[in-house]
Design a protein around this ligand. Structure first.
Ligand code: NAD
Length: 387
C-alpha cells in the first residue's frame, strides 16, 4: 500500500541527504549516480523485495551496488520497517550489513507496500525477492509465481517437503525462474574450496569439517526465528547452509547421524552436529548452533584435509589458508564481491539470459531441505537415518 504523505516526507528527507549513508557522497559521485539513472533501459531488471528485516536489508544493499538492477518496490507488513530500509538503516543481525557503495538508483522512486498481494499487481516488477520469515515462504512464492514473477527466495526453501513441492509445482506451472538463496555456494572462501576439491589440486579430499556458530538470534521480527514451528530452529535456519554446501560438493550421503541440543533457547534443535556417511568417500561432518551468548561472535569455519595438504578458513580472523606439502602456506586470491552480491548478480544474469539457475537448482534446494530434516530426525531419535 502506498502512503502519499509518508512518501513525500521520505522524498524530502532524501533530498537533503538526511541520515542516508549511501546518499552522503560528494557531488561527483551524485553526478555518476545521475548518469546511471539515464542509462536504465528496458533490459534493467526491476525488483520487488518483500520482508524488510535483517536479510531484506542485506539484499537491498546488494541491489544498490548492481548496475543492471533496480529495486522498484519494497513490501513489509510494517510500513516503518520498509521506510527504514530505504533510508539505509540496517536492522541488527549476526553479520555486517554496511552499504559500502553509493546506490545505483534513487530510493525516493521506490514504491512502498504493506501487502504482497498489492505489490504483485505492479506490472513493472520482473523479480520478487522473498526475504520473509521461513513459515511465509510457501505462500509468498506461490503467489509470486502465479503473478508470473521470477523469484529469489531466502533459504531455507520451506519448513516441509510438502510445502517445497507445492512451491515447485507453482514455479513449474507458471514457467518462472526460481532460486533459493543458498549463499554459501557464492561465498568467496567456499567457492575457492570447491575449486580445490573439484580440480583435486591437493589430491583427494580425505576429511571435511564445517562449523557455523551464532549468538542466539534475538533480533528477528516478533522473535519468529526462536519459535521452532516457524523456523525449525538452528538446524534448519542456520546449519542448512553447510548441509547444502556438503551435498553440492560430496553428493548425497548414504546416511546421516546427528547429535545435538534441543530446547536450550528455543523449543527446537538449537545445536546439531552431523556425520555425513559416504561409502569409501571423505569423512564429512558439520556443526551448527545458536545457543551462544550475545557477545560470542558469529563464526563460520571449515577445515579440509587432502592427500597433499590442508585448507582452513575461520570468519573470526577472516583468513583462509592453503597449506600444500613442500610449499609455503598461502592466502588464496578470492573472487570479487561478497556472497550476497554474487548470488544476486548470478540470479539476475539467469533472468536476463533466460536460463534456469544451474547453481542451486530448485531440486537441490529441496534436497538440502530433505537431508536437513533427516538430520533433525536422526538427532531426535538418537540413531542414523539411511537416505
Ligand atoms: N542467507 C542468510 O545468510 C540469511 C540470514 C538471515 C536470515 N535468512 C533467512 O531470511 C528470512 C528472513 O529472516 P530475517 O532474519 O531477515 O527476519 P526478520 O525478522 O529480520 O525480517 C522479517 C521481515 O518480514 C516482515 N514481515 C512479516 N510478515 C510479513 C508479511 N505478511 N508481509 C510483509 N512483510 C512481513 C517483518 O516485518 C520483518 O521486517 C528467513 O527465511 C531466514 O532464514 C537468511
Amino acid at each position: 500500500m502506498l502512503r502519499g504523505l509518508a512518501r513525500t516526507k521520505l522524498r524530502k528527507g532524501l533530498e537533503v541527504g538526511r541520515r542516508i549513508e549511501a546518499w552522503q557522497v560528494n557531488k561527483t559521485t551524485r553526478k555518476q549516480v545521475g548518469k546511471l539513472y539515464k542509462r536504465m533501459d528496458s533490459k534493467m531488471k526491476k525488483i520487488g523485495l518483500v520482508g524488510c528485516g535483517f536479510i531484506g536489508s542485506v539484499h537491498y544493499n546488494a541491489y544498490c551496488r548492481i548496475k543492471g538492477a533496480k529495486v522498484v518496490a519494497v513490501c513489509d507488513q510494517d510500513y516503518k520497517r520498509a521506510e527504514s530500509l530505504l533510508q539505509g538503516e540496517n536492522p541488527a543481525g549476526n553479520i555486517s550489513t554496511t552499504n559500502k557503495n553509493p546506490i545505483s538508483f534513487n530510493p525516493a522512486s521506490v514504491e512502498v507496500y504493506t501487502d504482497l498481494k498489492e505489490m504483485l499487481k505492479n506490472p513493472q516488477i520482473d523479480i520478487i525477492d522473498v526475504c520473509l520469515p521461513t513459515h511465509m515462504h510457501k505462500e509468498a512464492v506461490i503467489k509470486s509465481a502465479d503473478a508470473r514473477k521470477h523469484i529469489l527466495c531466502e533459504k531455507p526453501m520451506a519448513l516441509s517437503l510438502k510445502e517445497a513441492d507445492q512451491m515447485l509445482a507453482a514455479v513449474k506451472k507458471n514457467k518462472v525462474k526460481f532460486m533459493v538463496a543458498h549463499v554459501i555456494r557464492f561465498w568467496p572462501e567456499y567457492v575457492v574450496l570447491t575449486e580445490y576439491i573439484s580440480k583435486k589440486s591437493l589430491g583427494d579430499l580425505l576429511l571435511l569439517k564445517l562449523q557455523r556458530l551464532s549468538p542466539t538470534p534475538t533480533w528477528t521480527w516478533n522473535n519468529w526465528v526462536l519459535d521452532s514451528k516457524k523456523s525449525l530452529s538452528a538446524a534448519l535456519d542456520l546449519h542448512i547452509h553447510d548441509t547444502d554446501y556438503i551435498l553440492n560438493i560430496c553428493g548425497k550421503p548414504k546416511a546421516v547421524s546427528s547429535v545435538g541440543l534441543k530446547g536450550v533457547v528455543s523449543q527446537g534443535v538449537d545445536h546439531i552436529h552431523t556425520g555425513y556417511i559416504y561409502a569409501g568417500g571423505p569423512k564429512v561432518s558439520a556443526e551448527g548452533g545458536w545457543a551462544y551468548v550475545a557477545n560470542y561472535p558469529f563464526r563460520m569455519a571449515f577445515n579440509a584435509l587432502f592427500e597433499k595438504g590442508a585448507i582452513e578458513y575461520d570468519s573470526m580472523n577472516c583468513k583462509m589458508k592453503v597449506y600444500e606439502k613442500g610449499r609455503p602456506a598461502i592466502t588464496p586470491v578470492l573472487p570479487k564481491g561478497d556472497g550476497y552480491l554474487r548470488e544476486i548478480q548470478y540470479f539476475l544474469k539467469c533472468v536476463e539470459t533466460d536460463r534456469c539457475p544451474s547453481i542451486v537448482t530448485p531440486k537441490e534446494a529441496r534436497e538440502s531441505l530433505r537431508i536437513t530434516l533427516a538430520e533433525i530426525n536422526s538427532m531426535e531419535n538418537g540413531k542414523p537415518v539411511v537416505l
